[in-house]
Ligand binder design. Structure first.
Ligand SMILES: Cc1ncc(COP(=O)(O)O)c(C=O)c1O
Length: 436
């Protein structure tokens, strides 16, 4: 499909195609289409708020990572950091496309197994894995556990009954240029062991008959736009020692706004592999774990306008909010939005796009250019494919949105919207009268 991509005067549509899904286009009457389906039809059929994913774009992006790393380094493996979109449909798609999967916790393990992912392709991360989670992972036949600390080694000593592949997470001391809560490789990080404690932990694993220690892992953070930082991390990890495997984590940033220019997958891979050629053993396995950069651009969130208020500023309020876009509060991530059913009209207003949660911080976009909005219009927030669904919650009793994958003119519901029955279910004890 070759999308028609108009850029009429009086709109900023031309600039937005860069951050809209690859298979997005505008119909002749100005309605956003994704994967050949009009968003008006999607909203009608599945309701709003709705997370819509361009499946073709997703698969294409995955191939850029797998093929791109494979072409540059002989023994490579790409993991999908599933925390960025923990939906069974996405686990299945990622597995189908040949990605291994990074899980962090028992819940993501369950989702991956439910999707039919081969347990041997799972990598278990986390700085606070419990006995129960490790037992569950080992029982499921998990391929690799990324050991974070000595207490986890104590646990594994108790649990293991057969050989288990292990990586060790180290703290490289790279202060990533990103939001403080997304930087994970600086010297003060809670994740992994400092370099000077790694040797002892590695010796412990190597001495244990059931621990198959294969190499080291690091992850310097998320939404990183300077590829030199990834190269620096590769240099640091090489100093831990000579092993068969080096996993250099995820973290490639994406373009969220009109102004942001994220590096391409290719330039990211060039930077990592150039550093690997310089620092790592030629025959070693090089692994990466992208999450955000696989799924962010492929996703948009659709909202219905519920009210338009002009009080000196124009507030356009929609039927969702912070509960489905927590990133905005946690990391001050900025997004763009567009009036998805009237793209071609002049964008003559700059509006405060606000949600319905009881916080003034529930400001989805501060100054979104769009035509004058009416109640019932459809708004699309762009590049919401990563971590939005992940962090959706029930603030003010909000229901977690549904997820739809769209390709070649067809839409498939992969995750249904939460219902009020779901919302009430965990409160069954109180409803059954335990308090009266
Ligand atoms: C261990 C690990 N690997 C990979 C990722 C994925 O990062 P991103 O989504 O920024 O690519 C994360 C997320 O922070 C992570 O904690």
């Amino acid at each position: 499909m070759t999308p028609t991509r108009p850029a009429p005067n009086g709109t900023r549509l031309g600039e937005l195609w860069r951050i809209l899904p690859e298979e997005a286009t505008a119909s002749g009457d100005g309605v956003l289409e994704i994967g050949g389906v009009a968003v008006t039809e999607l909203a009608e059929r599945f309701g709003t708020p709705l997370h819509v994913y361009d499946e073709v774009g997703l698969r294409r992006q995955i191939r850029r990572f797998i093929d791109g790393l494979g072409e540059r380094w002989p023994d490579s493996e790409v993991l999908f950091a599933s925390k960025s979109l923990p939906a069974v449909g996405m686990y299945r798609l990622a597995h189908e496309e040949g990605l291994s999967i990074d899980i962090a916790g028992g819940g993501e393990l369950q989702l991956a197994l439910a999707a039919g992912v081969d347990p041997a392709r799972l990598y278990f991360h986390g700085n606070a894995k419990t006995d129960a989670e490790l037992q569950m992972a080992v029982d499921a036949g998990i391929g690799t556990i990324i050991v974070d600390n000595d207490d986890e080694l104590d646990r594994l000593e108790r649990i293991l009954v057969r050989p288990q592949r292990l990586l060790l997470r180290v703290i490289p001391g790279v202060e990533a240029k990103t939001h403080v809560s997304q930087a994970t490789g600086g010297s003060g990080s809670k994740f992994g062991l400092p370099m000077d404690q790694a040797e002892r932990a590695i010796a412990r694993m190597q001495a244990h008959p059931l621990m198959e220690f294969v190499g080291v892992h690091l992850h310097i953070g998320s939404q990183i736009l300077d590829t030199a930082q990834f190269a620096e991390a590769v240099g640091k990890i090489s100093t831990v020692g000579t092993f068969s495997t080096y996993d250099v984590g995820g973290g490639l940033g994406v373009s969220y706004t009109y102004d942001e220019q994220a590096p391409s997958v290719e330039s990211y891979l060039d930077a990592i592999v150039a550093a690997a050629r310089e620092h790592l053993p030629a025959g070693s396995r090089l692994m990466i774990e992208p999450g955000r950069s696989i799924v962010a651009r492929a996703g948009v969130t659709l909202y219905r306008v519920t009210s338009v208020k002009r009080t000196g500023r124009t507030f356009v309020a929609v039927d969702g909010g912070l509960a489905d876009q927590m990133d905005i509060a946690l990391t001050q991530q900025r997004y763009e939005a567009l009036l998805a059913d009237r793209l071609l009209e002049p964008w003559s207003e700059s509006v405060q796009l606000v949600g319905r949660q009881c916080e003034s911080g529930d400001l989805l976009v501060d100054g979104a250019p769009m035509p004058p909005a009416h109640v019932g219009d459809l708004v699309a927030m762009t590049a919401t494919g990563a971590y939005a669904y992940t962090m959706s919650n029930n603030y003010n009793g909000a229901l977690k949105p549904a997820i739809v994958f769209v390709s070649d003119g067809e839409a498939r519901l992969v995750t249904r919207r939460e219902t009020y029955a779901d919302l009430l279910a965990t409160h069954a004890p109180a409803r059954a009268g335990v308090l009266v």
